[in-house]
Ligand binder design. Sequence first.
Ligand code: AKB
Length: 317
Amino acid sequence: MRNRKILLTGAAGQIGQILTRELAKRYGSQNVIATDISGNPGFPCAFEKLDVLDRERMEKLVSENGITDLYHLAAILSATGEKNPQKAWDINMRGTLNALEVARVTDVERLFFPSSIAVFGIEIDREKAPQHAPLIPHSVYGISKAAGENWCNYYFEKYGLDVRSIRYPGVIGYESPPGGGTTDYAVDIFYKAVEEGHYACFLNANARLPMIYMDDAIRATIELMEAPSEKISIRTSYNLQGMSFTPAELFEEIKKFIPEVTIEYQPDYRQDIADSWPGRLDDQAAKADWGWKREFDISKLTETMYRGIKSLQQQTT
Ligand code: AKB
């Protein structure tokens, strides 16, 4: 295999910021190019502005820099997507097709596509969403991710493009802010608990959703991308399970660190999105194919988030 040369789209997003730093550490910052439509949040590697709808510029950046690994992260998430479904469809779908086409016509060897728990709908076993299930999503974001997964599979079958993908649960971390998702409450709650001692939650107390701590999500992504091709049996997208909890359960964990914290529940339109998502995923295929194993459970996550936010606070005071 050639030396890796990596380009990320949507690198300034919640996952992108952390993944870019990790890839720069692992492969050398001279081998990583971060791109985003918004500004550079301080990457340790090269940064280029890129709108993923601009296929010509994407192709130029990829071919001129001899990119081997393309991480196409740019997307509009579930909650923001519902406010402007046409725009979400354009960016998510056209952006993905541009990335697939650019990979096909250049020397890209591997493409990573982030999918989501949003691909599932209410018709499946939501206690443990199977790897292979009918995908009837109820949000425009979910529809675009389900279609994206199938396009990935198509490019693998038709063109032999080595496409790899994960269905991320809600990703929780303290070093980069989430942007416009339904699972964002699980990050917001920590900041509000530490800074204000109170949280108004936009989901119901009992809205159980799959979640994962950032370190596990990043490690899973890199492990999948580094796995030998013959180990990858799924070219749509792999289910990935970290942990599952409700807002009420997370609140109880946070209380162990901040006993005086209070919560109120004010479910809004995002509760409808959460109602259509599974509470847990069956990730047996990821375990069997490339050895996935989570490290963070709810108590390790809570302690890490609490201590991380506290230390950020101390650095700024
Ligand atoms: C969202 O809430 O939209 C995302 C996701 C689960 O894909 N975090």
